[in-house]
Design a protein around this ligand. Structure first.
Ligand code: PRP
Length: 205
């Protein structure tokens, strides 16, 4: 049995459909229920629904052999896992955003609100800009509106959330998409199964 961590939510459902097309169906996964684990002994897979930001932890610790995680999470937490495939799904970008008329006053420390402090720090370190991080857990777009921060570092997909809150993307830091990842030990012990899954996922567009 291969244990597969799926990210709960819209992306996870699309990812599951790709898994099903790749030859690993388990129809109960999509049933309305509170269950979090499902298995299909015929194809040798056991699925778990986990919070998207936790997929990499399950895989790194070996609770899941493989999983699908956003590149944002991999960049932020640098888990020790193998990144095997870019699924080309869940595409978005990590951006600096702020009021459209924002001008950086380099004489003072820039206040950056974000859920991704490591990505933000690395970006501004590369620019040589001094910042202070305000770590938030969601609804980041409010921070510049209320004067809590000068800018935000956050994910932009359609740009609708920024627009509806009077903000604009200022700089793209990195493009993001969903990645197929594997636990390093599982990749040694189940290399045939994991490589086959990876190839089939690649071909199941
Ligand atoms: C993400 C991100 C933005 C929004 C961007 O939020 O933090 O708020 O999606 O999408 P858009 O460009 O298509 O509008 P998420 O839904 O994960 O919620 P949260 O960060 O507020 O928890």
């Amino acid at each position: 049995m291969l244990n597969v961590a799926l990210p709960k939510g819209r992306l996870g459902e699309k990812v599951y459909e790709r898994m099903a097309r790749a030859g690993y169906p388990c129809p109960e996964v999509l049933e309305e229920s509170r269950r979090l684990t499902f298995e299909n002994p015929e194809t040798g897979v056991r699925y778990f629904w986990v919070k998207p930001s936790d997929v990499a932890i399950y895989v790194e610790r070996g609770a899941a052999d493989v999983g699908i995680a956003g590149k944002d999470i991999l960049l932020e937490y640098s888990p020790q896992v193998y990144e095997l495939l870019d699924l080309g799904m869940g595409k978005c970008r990590m951006c600096v955003a702020g009021r459209a008329d924002f001008r950086d006053d380099t004489s003072r420390t820039l206040r950056v609100a974000t859920k991704f402090p490591n990505i933000a720090r690395a970006h501004y370190a590369a620019c040589g800009r001094e910042i202070s991080i305000i770590k938030l857990n969601g609804s980041i777009e409010i921070a510049p509106l209320l004067g809590l921060s000068d800018v935000i570092v956050d994910i932009v997909e359609t740009g609708k959330t920024l627009l509806e809150n009077g903000l604009a993307p200022l700089t793209t830091i990195v493009p993001i998409s969903a990645r197929f990842i594997a636990n390093t030990a599982s990749y040694q012990f189940h290399s045939d199964e994991i490589r086959t899954m990876c190839e089939r996922l690649e071909n199941a567009l």
